[in-house]
Write a protein that binds this ligand. Structure first.
Ligand SMILES: [Fe+2]
Length: 458
């Protein structure tokens, strides 16, 4: 959907220009009508959102725009602003009055028109006749109830019993809204939402979830997958209609388009940053592949903790980007073969802060910030950058610290060969409780150390 469509019905071209000039900030598309000839044909294909008409003293040989908007005309349900001046005009406006008609004195147009137009365009529009809703629910009684109610309210309705059926329908049909249950056999609402979110053909269709109050985790995931709104069960039909009407409104669709654009930009940004990590690791042959390996271990740990599919994906990104801040570290420090002096060590200690600043520029991955910021904290409080201790260090950062340490020990360094798995585990055990978190180490020893992990980095 594009700009709002506004029809200006005025005989005088200069007056139409004045109106358009006042409404420049609304960024609308205008159809100008200077007389009533061919009006109906022009309006039919234009699908206006609002009409602005000049009141002309009724006389058979003059344009009487009010005739076009009176009850029973095809434009009856559209919002209308009537503009005129003087008692006669006000009188005509009063006679034309019906719901959705606003009268503005032309003398006050400069001050009032823009606000009135904004108010009208921002109001949730009634459902556009024929808006198509795809209802996805495994309960036949809910499907039937919604079909009856939505049809009664002027919507067209398609029904699917689960995500799989919905996808079959979407192959040939483009609905205006998808209204979906969460728990369904074959393909549930979360999977459906995720699948559609990844397909540019469907990202512009608002996805409304019918959920229950204690479904916060699913809701969070579905929001990440682009769900437009949630209706909490048991809902009343009035609430449902209000939500759907709001979603049908121009502003809402515009918002979805804007979100889509932003998300696309963020994906590009993320891809750019990931390439930067590759570039960073290419500077130093000894850390090549380090972020990828830390990421693999962190994924295993988060999965073991019962993390959702969404959490696991975030863990993957968090691991890959945990050292992104090293981009800001000088070569002579980052690539130094021997041990670092005090100044050099202070410089390298900046990388969690630098990384956090980079991550902050991408709101969609703001949740991985604790890993980037705190993966060098120690449970005894002697780490950096803040010297946090124990449970003040975010859980994923503690897990990352273990993965990071293991990979550093088992990878070759300019001044030593990578250690064998057993040796690395011995060292990890030694520093558990001072540097590393005991629970995180236990979990690491339980699940993350598999032959494929243990032999990497050699
Ligand atoms: Fe680091």
């Amino acid at each position: 959907m594009g700009k709002p469509h506004i029809v200006i019905m005025m005989d005088s071209q200069p007056q139409r220009e004045v109106v358009k000039k006042i409404l420049v900030p609304v960024n609308a598309d205008f159809l100008e009508l200077s007389d009533r000839k061919n009006c109906a044909a022009a309006l039919g294909s234009y699908r206006p959102d609002l009409i602005i008409a000049k009141i002309t003293a009724a006389s058979p040989d003059k344009n009487n725009w009010c005739e076009l908007i009176k009850p029973d005309s095809p434009l009856e349900n559209l919002p209308v602003i009537l503009m005129g001046h003087g008692e006669e005009a006000e009188d005509i406006a009063r006679k034309t009055a019906r719901g959705g008609v606003v009268y503005i004195d032309t003398g006050k147009a400069k001050d009032k028109l823009i606000q009135v137009v904004r108010d009208i365009l921002e109001e949730p529009a009634p459902p556009k006749t024929g808006s198509l809703i795809l209802v996805v629910d495994d309960s036949s009684s809910i499907r039937m109830l919604l079909k009856d109610e939505l049809s009664g309210a002027g919507y067209r309705v398609l029904l699917a019993e689960n995500g799989r059926q919905a996808i079959d329908i979407l192959r040939n049909t483009q609905p205006d809204i998808i209204l979906s249950d969460v728990y369904m056999p074959e393909m549930n609402g979360i999977e459906l939402c995720r699948t559609l979110h990844g397909d540019p053909r469907y990202t512009g269709i608002p996805f409304v979830v019918m959920s229950t109050e204690n479904d916060a985790e699913n809701m969070k995931q579905m929001m990440q997958f682009g769900a437009a709104a949630f209706i909490i069960k048991p809902f009343n039909l009035e609430q449902l209609m209000m939500t759907l009407n709001k979603i049908c409104s121009y502003e809402f669709l515009l918002l979805i388009k804007e979100n889509e654009r932003l998300e696309g930009e963020q994906k590009l940004l993320l891809a750019g940053i990931t390439s930067l990590v590759r570039a960073l690791e290419a500077r130093d042959q000894y850390t090549r592949g380090h972020s990828e390996r830390v990421s693999d271990i962190l994924v295993k740990l988060v999965r073991h903790m019962g993390g959702s599919r969404f959490d696991v994906e975030r863990a993957r990104i968090a691991g890959q980007l945990h050292d992104i801040g090293k981009i800001g570290i000088r070569d002579d420090v980052l690539l130094k073969p021997g041990s670092l002096d005090k100044e050099e060590f202070n410089h390298i200690k900046q990388h969690p802060l630098i990384g956090s600043e980079i991550i902050q520029t991408i709101p969609s991955i703001a949740d991985i910030l604790p890993v980037v910021m705190f993966h060098h904290e120690r449970v005894d409080g002697k780490g950096y950058p803040e010297g946090r201790s124990g449970s003040d260090i975010p859980v994923w950062a503690r897990l990352t610290a273990v993965a990071d340490t293991y990979d550093a020990l088992t990878s070759d360094r300019p001044y030593r060969k990578g250690m064998a798995h057993e040796k690395a585990v011995d060292i990890i055990k030694e520093i558990t409780g001072t540097q590393l978190c005991p629970e995180s180490v236990d979990m690491f020893l339980e699940v993350a150390v598999k032959p494929d992990v243990a032999t990497q980095g050699k």
